[in-house]
Design a protein around this ligand. Structure first.
Ligand code: UD1
Length: 421
């Protein structure tokens, strides 16, 4: 297993480009199953999760080719409509094939994902939603076994705002007969992005970016070509890397709209964002800190709230803020595996249920650390970049799931970080 060796204390200076969004690319790859013919996705990031999704589609018989950041997917003729346990275990987003398979082929067998590093993470809303659309679903030997001769549009109310369930139901509803409305839908940027791709394929969708998404079913979708938008979580992580190291980074392809809620909070803590150049939806911004970083309090929430996927990275930054910050994790109450590791580096953090109280300290000290999930790993890299001395981060494969060549990008702006086998 690879590890990162980081020598902390180097301010990051220079220019970085934000890669394509993992959480937008994954459902789009699955959505390509909905059309007969070859869909093309550009700006697909080179990530382990993307590899896993491509392998999964290939294992079902789809023809998938990749050249640089362009991926071409042709589902026909699909040999099997099954997502086996070995794929779903590696990557929960494998569940995104459920909706497309059911809608297009009338059959899907997808392993139940089970728990994850930060809690149970059920998929009941995906299953109940598909049942509402008319699918017959049995849970059998750890699998979701779903069949439908046809799907019928319905009103689906999600009890909890779920990114995954919204995406899966949107994809299924595109080929259902009649109108589906998803109430209390997720509004994350990757949901709107998936919706735009589906519209380009010929779907009729209204209300993207709001909490009621309405889909008028069509008989068929056509293949489409789409460029994946930049990743706002990577953008936010790099913004923190600049601020926490006292650096000065230019971030290209910065998805300003998507980042707004996150940057507002970082701004309160003393992170300055200056717009340098604008090209349609993406911009080049300059990120620095105005002075010492101050304490802030935040509760994670669905978009447009502060993203749970940035909670760990924010905590690494606030560990060095002046004063006491309070971070409440409202989406995944157990998502705190980074806390004991940050403490080992000298951070003062107390946990009370899903609330972390962070007492800022003057410095962190490098240490051997380990992270057990993707964003926690990113937090440890951030802490390592600013800590005194050497930090060794084990189990880097988590970070490879969601950050494209992170050590190369960081090295190019002055970080001392290397990968060891
Ligand atoms: C997606 C993201 C993940 C992010 C999360 C929340 C992808 C590939 N992953 O995960 O990075 O952390 O959104 O922004 O995009 N829930 C249920 N029943 C369900 C589904 C969800 O109770 O059937 C609950 C979850 O336990 C959680 C909340 O809903 O408390 C939000 O989860 P959800 O938005 O579904 O997360 P994912 O789509 O799995």
């Amino acid at each position: 297993m690879d590890r990162f060796v980081i020598e902390g204390g180097r301010p990051l200076r220079g220019e970085l480009r934000v890669s394509g969004s993992k959480n937008a690319a994954l459902p789009m790859l699955a959505a390509a199953l909905l059309a007969d013919g070859e869909s093309v996705l550009h700006n697909v990031p080179a990530l382990r999760d993307v590899d896993s999704m491509i392998e999964l589609l290939g294992s079902m018989g789809a023809r998938v080719t990749r050249s640089g950041t362009t991926v071409t997917i042709d589902p026909a003729p699909l040999a099997t409509a099954e997502a086996p346990y070995e794929f779903v275990r590696k990557m929960r987003a494998s569940i995104y094939v459920l909706g497309p398979l059911l809608a297009r082929f009338g059959r899907a067998r997808v392993s139940l994902p089970g728990g994850c590093a930060w809690g149970p993470r059920p998929v009941d809303l995906h299953i109940e939603g598909m049942r509402t659309l008319g699918a017959a679903i049995e849970l059998d030997h750890g699998y979701i076994d779903a069949r439908a001769t046809s799907l019928l549009g319905k009103r689906i109310v999600l009890d909890v705002v779920s990114v995954g369930a919204t995406a899966n139901l949107m994809m299924a509803a595109c080929l259902a007969e009649g109108t589906t409305s998803i109430v209390n839908a997720a509004r994350e940027p990757h949901i709107s992005a998936l919706g735009s791709f589906l519209v380009e394929m010929g779907a009729q969708i209204q209300g993207l970016g709001t909490d009621v998404v309405t889909i008028e079913g069509v008989a068929r979708l056509s293949p489409a070509e789409h460029s994946v938008r930049p990743d706002y979580i990577e953008a936010g992580t790099m913004a923190i890397a600049s601020a926490v190291t006292g650096g000065d980074l230019l971030l290209r392809d910065f998805p300003m709209e998507d980042c707004r809620p996150m940057m507002a909070l970082l701004g309160d803590s003393g992170v300055s964002l200056e717009r340098v150049d604008r090209d349609e939806a993406v911009e080049t911004v300059r990120i620095r800190r105005r002075g010492p970083l101050s304490a802030v309090s935040v509760t994670t929430a669905p978009h447009p709230g502060f993203p749970t996927d940035m909670q760990a990275q924010l905590m690494a930054m606030l560990a060095l803020g002046s004063g006491t910050s309070v971070i409440t994790e409202a989406i995944y109450p157990d998502r705190f595996s980074h806390v004991p590791e940050l403490r080992r580096m000298g951070a003062r953090i107390e946990l009370h249920g899903n609330v972390a109280v962070v007492e800022g300290v003057e410095r962190l000290a490098g240490a051997p650390v380990m992270a057990t999930d993707l964003r926690a790993s990113a937090a440890m890299v951030l802490a390592g970049l600013v800590a005194e001395g050497e930090t060794i981060l084990r189990r880097v494969y988590h970070i490879d799931r969601g950050y494209e060549a992170i050590e190369k990008k960081l090295r190019s702006v002055g970080a001392e970080i290397r990968r060891e086998k």
